[in-house]
Design a protein around this ligand. Sequence first.
Ligand code: AP5
Ligand code: MG
Length: 218
Amino acid sequence: MRIIMLGAPGSGKGTQTQLLSKYFYIPFISAGEILRQESKKNEKTKSYIENKINQGKLVNNSFIINLIKKKIKKKNCFNKFILDGFPRTIKQAESLKKHIKMQFVIHLKISTHNILNRITGRLIHTSSGRTYHKTFNPPKRKNKDDLTGELLSKRKDDDKKIIITRLEEYRKLTTPLIDWFKKEDLKQNVKYIEINANKSIHEINKKIILYINKNNKK
Ligand code: AP5
Ligand code: MG
């Protein structure tokens, strides 16, 4: 099972990825998470990555492609994986296609109003990447991670001004990828589905699982 999660910032890619990974027992690779961990390694990389993320801009295609390729090899996930937030440009998709046979593309479609509500209320556990929401998906204990009890925090790029740039980048660089995937679907290289991501976490998850179970047998 090889799943790609596509969608605007705050559409729920990370949330659904974690649920699907548990449900199907498959590893996941989150592009944003890899970049955030990578930025802790050395000063040069840190300033490049942080600069891009905190401006709301995408990092260079070859930079992220190399990191993802390494992760796929390391985690030995050529046949089963969930990719959260990769590819997000046609260049990235074409590069991935050379190495891996994609199977499902789950496109989470969401309104801008909901994006803003979700992103401004998000809380994260920095070391694991676990995500919560103050109102929609609160931790069991206020501001504490459910598993470790450590303090939760806000992502620096979850700032109203930066969100505007993130959305612009999505419109400019990622929306052309949607048509690219639709064409791949027509060629039967991939199964592409649009899911209404304005619904509850549980409803969305149920829909994705149903779709995958139905189409994985074919
Ligand atoms: P990344 O970390 O991937 O950020 P993003 O794409 O902007 O997406 P988010 O993580 O903000 O949202 P999400 O869709 O995962 O939503 P979540 O599940 O958390 O990337 C960060 C940066 O890294 C990029 O801006 C770029 O600079 C760089 N980067 C990453 N990948 C790259 C690539 N491929 N190429 C180049 N650069 C790259 O949910 C959001 C909130 O809503 C949470 O609080 C959650 O609890 C809540 N929530 C989720 N679902 C629901 C629901 N159904 N109802 C109510 N609340 C919900
Ligand atoms: Mg995410």
